[in-house]
Design a protein around this ligand. Structure first.
Ligand SMILES: Cc1ncc(COP(=O)(O)O)c(C=O)c1O
Length: 405
């Protein structure tokens, strides 16, 4: 075998695989409903487009400093002050090719072989694989109730002398749950006390509902100096619907950023200048698109909850943000991979198995599509699972018959 042991052990990204499967089925003309998607459908802000276009028309498209262009770094410094109440310097920021790349480079920068990184289940599918890719060990801590709130005592128990970092993602992909401010205060305190890096993956922090406000971890930090081990990862993908632009960033102490610049310099030189200009345009431009997206998602969340509440046997914890929810389907099947496969085959609905997020018996359903797609998607799932459903339904112009129990 000529492929490295590491590469062989890295799992395929289940969400990207599902996108591919849904795309292929759609290309064949199948009326697939994609409740597995991880990107908003709204338009990219005009300020991002104009900024990228104006850079492109110079026909002077070159490398940039590894850490990013200064207009974008300054915009991130302002964003951090406005949204976290924390004043950082331009030396505390590095721009990468999306938040995923930021997390990868961070792990390369912080983790020695055999170091442990604590990940809270349900977790974003990429965290364990990224930790493994730098020869670290992912240590998963599961919530002790069905509402997906982590328990600080469980996290404390999971800490060993090898623990290097804890990754916290709130609001959370896949559950949509926002961790309480009490929990954020506790985890900040715990990490400071134990000298562990706390990495806050805040990629969804503006997409929150029910009048909730962003929780800034800096508010609870005793160490406000440039030695702080509190790290923020964020990016333009979700809040500006700019997933295809691939721009994310890290805010950390200068030592971490300096080391990360070396890591990044040797693995990709710098993010594309055109995309950086686009991100600076989005951050410096009119912000109404973010609020419009947030309102649309809140409405779609409500539609999805309504549809799910009418579905006997499903338990769902209402999401506080993001565009995901994670209902418990274990009354129908405890095997989420099998269930997701069956729903795709029989009802042409894409869902993501909870097992991929470290939580069996659940399916992640996205509500970033249209209200029509959400309603039709849940109706089809209900038809496929509920024995009380009629035997036949029409999907598109084709009749489907229930020939299973
Ligand atoms: C929790 C979380 N972090 C990071 C990312 C990656 O974002 P980006 O597109 O900026 O790489 C995602 C994307 O799905 C995510 O869900």
């Amino acid at each position: 075998m000529t492929i490295s042991k590491l590469a062989r052990e890295i799992k395929e990204s289940p969400t990207l695989k599902l996108n591919e499967t849904a795309g292929k089925l759609r290309d064949r003309g199948e009326p697939v409903i994609h409740l597995g998607a991880g990107e908003p459908k709204s338009k990219v802000p005009i300020d991002a487009i104009l900024s990228a276009a104006s850079k492109l028309t110079t026909a002077d498209i070159r490398y940039t400093p590894t850490e990013g262009i200064s207009s974008l770094i300054k915009a991130i410094v302002r964003y951090t002050e406005a949204n976290y109440g924390k004043i950082v310097s331009t030396k505390n920021v590095i721009v990468s090719n999306g938040a995923k790349h930021s997390i990868f480079n961070l792990m390369m920068t912080l983790v020695n072989p055999q170091d442990e990184v604590i990940i809270l289940a349900p977790y974003w599918v990429s965290y364990p694989e990224i930790v493994k890719m730098v020869y670290g060990i992912p240590v998963v801590v599961s919530p002790d109730d069905s509402h997906f709130q982590p328990n600080i005592e469980d996290i404390e128990e999971a800490i060993s002398s090898y623990t290097k970092a804890i990754i916290v993602n709130s609001p959370n992909n896949p559950s949509g749950i926002m961790y309480s401010s009490e929990f954020i205060a506790q985890i900040v305190e715990l990490c400071e006390k134990r000298g562990i890096y706390l990495i806050m993956d805040d990629i969804y922090h503006k997409l929150i509902f029910d009048g909730k406000s962003i929780i800034s971890p800096y508010k609870y930090a005793k160490d406000q100096t440039d030695s702080s081990k509190l790290i923020i990862v964020n990016g333009v993908s979700k809040m500006y619907a700019m997933t295809g632009f691939r721009i994310g960033w890290t805010v950390a102490n200068t030592k971490v950023i300096e080391a990360m610049i070396n890591v990044q310099a040797q693995n990709m030189s710098c993010p594309s200048v055109v995309m950086q200009e686009a991100a600076a345009g989005a951050l410096n431009g009119i912000q109404s698109g973010v609020e419009n997206l947030r309102l649309t998602l809140e409405n779609s969340r409500n539609v999805m909850l309504n549809e799910l509440h009418a579905f006997t046997g499903i338990r769902v914890t209402p999401p506080d943000g993001t565009f995901y929810c994670l209902p418990d389907f274990s009354a129908y099947s405890k095997d989420s991979i099998g269930l997701s496969k069956m729903l795709l085959e029989k009802a042409l609905v894409v869902t993501v198995p909870g097992k991929e997020f470290g939580i069996e018996g659940h399916l992640r359903l996205s509500y970033c599509g249209t209200v029509k797609e959400i309603m039709e998607g849940i109706a089809r799932i209900k038809w496929a699972l509920d024995p009380e459903s009629p035997n036949e339904i029409f999907i598109g112009d084709r009749k489907y018959r229930r020939d299973w129990k």
